[in-house]
Design a protein. Structure first.
Lengths: 83, 158
C-alpha cells in the first residue's frame, strides 16, 4: 500500500510517500494512523492525536472509520486551503 | 462541465468565449476569478507581506474532487455550462490562481452556483498554499470563514 503525505506533513514525516505492508489487524484508516505513528518520531508528530489532518483512500476523501480493504493508496494532508 | 488543473496562467476572455460558444440557451454567465493578494489581511497577520505563494495539490484526487463539486452544482441548479480552472505551482501577487464560470438560462442560478462552487472548492479540493514572507515560508492554515461559507450550502441540500 502506498502512503502519501502533503504540505507540511510531508516535511514532518520526512518523505513524500512510502510503501508499507501493515498487518491484517490494521483494518481502518484510524488503525493505519495508529500503526504509522510507530514508524518514526516524524510520523508520530505529523499524525499525532489532535493534529488537524484528513485522509483520502484511493484519492477520495475518507473518514477514519473507513475500511482499507483493497486500498492501494492512502493519503494524509492538512486542511485544504485552495481557491 | 470542464475542470482543469494547470501550472500556467489562463485567459479569462478566451475561456468564457469557449464556454459559451454554440450554446444559445445561456442567458447569464457568472464568473469568479481569484488572485494572489499582496498583503495577508487575516487577523493576526497584518504585518506579514506575502511575496509569493506556491500551491501544492494532489494530482488525480484534485480533478476527481473538482468534478464531484461540479456534479453537485449541476444537481442543484439548471446549468448549461460550468468551468473550473485552478493553477498550481508558484505565483506572485496579482497573478490569477483560480477561475470559476457558470452559465445558466437565468442569472439567479448562475450567481448562486458560482458562489457554491468557489465555497466548496476551497474546503473540498486538495490544494495547500505555502506563502513566502519576509519571515520565511509558512503554510496557510484553514480559514474558519471559508468553512462557514461552505457549511451554509449543506443546509440547502435536498
Amino acid at each position: 500500500m502506498k502512503i502519501r503525505y502533503f504540505a507540511w506533513m510531508k516535511r514532518t514525516v520526512g518523505v513524500p510517500e512510502e510503501e508499507v505492508s501493515p498487518p491484517a489487524d490494521v483494518r481502518t484508516v484510524g488503525d493505519l494512523v495508529t500503526w504509522l505513528r510507530a514508524r518514526s518520531p516524524g510520523h508520530a508528530e505529523a499524525l499525532a492525536e489532535g493534529a488537524a489532518f484528513g485522509a483520502a483512500v484511493d484519492q477520495r476523501t475518507a473518514t477514519f472509520d473507513v475500511v482499507l480493504a483493497g486500498a492501494r493508496e492512502v493519503a494524509f494532508f492538512p486542511p485544504f486551503t485552495g481557491g | 462541465m470542464t475542470v482543469r488543473v494547470q501550472e500556467g496562467d489562463f485567459d479569462v476572455g478566451a475561456e468564457l468565449d469557449g464556454l459559451t460558444a454554440g450554446n444559445k440557451k445561456i442567458g447569464g454567465l457568472a464568473v469568479f476569478v481569484g488572485l494572489v493578494r499582496e498583503m495577508h489581511v487575516r487577523e493576526g497577520y497584518h504585518k506579514d507581506r506575502v511575496d509569493a505563494l506556491t500551491l501544492e495539490h494532489y494530482p488525480g484526487m484534485t480533478e476527481k474532487a473538482l468534478e464531484d463539486i461540479e456534479a453537485e452544482a449541476r444537481k442543484r441548479w439548471p446549468l448549461e455550462a460550468t468551468l473550473i480552472v485552478h493553477r498550481h505551482g508558484r505565483m506572485e501577487p496579482g497573478e490569477r490562481i483560480v477561475m470559476v464560470a457558470v452559465g445558466s438560462p437565468h442569472r439567479e442560478a448562475a450567481f448562486e452556483a458560482c458562489e457554491f462552487l468557489v465555497d466548496w472548492l476551497k474546503t473540498r479540493a486538495p490544494f495547500w498554499k505555502l506563502e513566502e514572507t519576509p519571515a520565511g515560508e509558512k503554510w496557510v492554515g484553514a480559514h474558519t470563514g471559508d468553512n462557514q461559507a461552505a457549511a451554509r450550502w449543506e443546509k440547502k441540500k435536498a
